[in-house]
Design a protein around this ligand. Structure first.
Ligand code: MSP
Length: 514
């Protein structure tokens, strides 16, 4: 069994979770569930990033200890996971001992190796991004981009990690491993960034300025700079689980690719003599009216409101259907409703209802065997073969939006098949051929529904479980076997009705994007 270890970024806990955080969990969950279906031994990690200036400041503002503050906010992030039906195997908090211990051991090792040294640091610091800035970060007019918030100049002795020394190695590594970063064009951007000389990385903060962090093991007057603490979570969470490291994929947003994940992390691992992950998936941003959704810009959409209104699966479906992994998408309620109504309520919901109603009405609730294969059936079988052949490679390449579009098309064609067969007319005919066609059409729609549901399982797991139960079907453990057109439902007893996605008030004048 292939080991597949996947992680999300760990969220800052200085505000409530928003749609961007939820999306990353859902995307990672869909990949994790897909890989489990493909037979991999999956380990799925997510968690929270609890140290740093912002947390310290937020706790002070509320007059409580930072630990109490992070306990409260982390609980909110953690509670999001079951609400979104996330199948993570572990949840890490950077304030846990298991993490702090590994960060300190790694720092000590790198210090002993001579990879860390003390020097005077002078620089411009962004508290919002927890990062020292460089001249090239300035806008053409000399000011700092808004994303950095307030920027102040600081001079102080600090510890540095020898990043520069590994620049050439990293360029060589990325050139040889051209699929290290998904999407591939982002890898080119990283190589472009590496054309400029790297500076060594300041990895400490004096304790008088920042208390809330992991003390350096070789100088307790300092705490660890946030990225050196946070990135290590991917490793510290599995250090005691043999055979899990290295990670297969780190799923992150594009804003934290360069420099933290594409530069610092590979170099940290390489310097420590640890194997590198297979790769990094950098997804795009959810925007609202063109602006990034984030706590600090005031553009934040509470994912739980949508989940409460439409259910976790409708929410998961929309996120996966709408966003091409790697690119940005604008979130609008109108577009959400269009997809919800036309694809989930109409396309899928109708097929479920028709299958259950007609099987109940014309066959006493027992799925009959297919008896004839005429042109209508042949066409639908052929379409399924094509769809099945496409969805696995598309999902392996994280093209979930296209895979879902193909499954939706198959559902549309299955509904069209029902129109053409018109079982309600066949039911009125006494002709034995028509009766055979009726039984065949019932078997065909049930099988098509079973297959489409199986193809949607990693995206809308709870819904598919309901569909399977309504069809009297217990899925096996071999997914590819399950995706084969067959007669698995012959003789199954279906339930009379199932409302999955009650129609929502229609969105006005918004066309569905294909
Ligand atoms: N704590 C760091 C990550 C450390 S990983 C070792 C951090 N936290 S964050 O809370 O700001 O962001 C967490 C994740 O959410 C990041 O991958 C980020 O890209 C993602 N998103 C935050 N806002 C987003 C959108 N509006 N849209 C999509 N994802 C975005 O960065």
């Amino acid at each position: 069994m292939k080991s597949f270890y996947i992680t999300t970024a760990i969220d800052y806990v200085n505000g409530s979770p928003h749609l961007g955080h939820a999306y990353e969990k859902v995307l990672t969950d869909v990949i994790a569930r897909f890989r489990r279906q493909m037979g991999d031994r999956v380990h799925f990690l997510t968690g929270v990033d609890e140290h740093g200036q912002k947390v310290q400041a937020s706790a002070r503002k509320r007059g409580i200890a930072p630990q109490q503050f992070v306990d409260e906010v982390s609980a909110e992030f953690r509670a999001l996971l079951p609400r979104l039906n996330i199948s993570n195997d572990d949840f890490i908090r950077t304030t846990e001992d298991r993490h702090k211990r590994v960060v300190r051991a790694l720092l000590q090792q790198l210090f002993d190796q001579g990879e860390i040294y003390l020097a005077e640091y002078r620089g411009f610091y962004s508290t919002r991004q927890e990062q020292f800035l460089q001249e090239k970060d300035r806008l053409p007019d000399g000011s700092w981009p808004e994303i950095f918030g307030e920027v102040s100049e600081i001079v102080e002795p600090n510890y540095f990690f020898r990043l520069k020394k590994y620049q050439e190695w990293l360029v060589g590594f990325l050139t040889e491993n051209e699929n290290f970063i998904f999407p591939r064009y982002r890898q080119k951007q990283v190589l472009e960034f590496l054309k400029e000389p790297l500076n060594d990385l300041c990895i400490s903060r004096p304790r008088e300025r920042l208390e809330w962090g992991i003390p350096l093991p070789f100088d307790e007057n300092y705490v660890t700079y946030v990225w050196f603490d946070a990135l290590v979570n991917y490793y510290s969470a599995v250090v005691d689980r043999p055979g899990v490291w290295p990670a297969t994929w780190h799923v992150i947003g594009k804003d934290i690719l360069v420099p933290p994940h594409a530069i610092y992390w590979p170099i940290m691992l390489h310097a420590a003599g640890l194997p590198l992950p297979h790769g990094i998936i950098a997804h795009g941003w959810w925007l609202q009216s063109g602006a990034k959704m984030s706590k600090s810009t005031g553009h934040a959409l509470n994912p739980l409101d949508l989940v409460a209104e439409f259910g976790a699966d409708a929410f998961r479906y929309f996120l996966m259907r709408e966003m091409n992994v790697g690119q940005d998408s604008d979130f609008t309620r109108e577009q959400f409703l269009v997809r919800y109504n036309s694809e989930l309520a109409n396309n899928l919901g109708n097929l479920v209802n028709r299958t259950l109603n007609m099987t109940t009405r014309f066959a006493g609730g027992i799925v009959p065997a297919a008896e004839t294969t005429e042109e209508f059936e042949k066409n639908l079988h052929a379409l399924w073969e094509k769809t099945r052949g496409e969805i696995v490679p598309l999902s392996e390449g994280f093209q979930f939006h296209t895979a879902l579009e193909r499954v939706m098309f198959f559902l549309t064609e299955t509904n069209a098949y029902i129109e053409k067969r018109a079982p309600w007319k066949l039911g009125k005919s006494a002709d034995p051929h028509d009766q055979a066609r009726l039984r065949t059409s019932l078997a065909t729609m049930a099988e098509a529904l079973r297959l489409a549901a199986a193809a949607l399982r990693h995206v809308i797991p709870a819904t598919v479980e309901k569909i399977d139960a309504a069809l009297g079907y217990a899925p096996g453990t071999n997914w590819s076997d399950e995706l084969a057109w067959g007669a698995k439902l012959t003789g199954a007893k279906v339930t009379a009705a199932l409302v999955l996605f009650p129609r929502a008030a229609p969105a006005e004048k918004v066309a569905a994007k294909s």
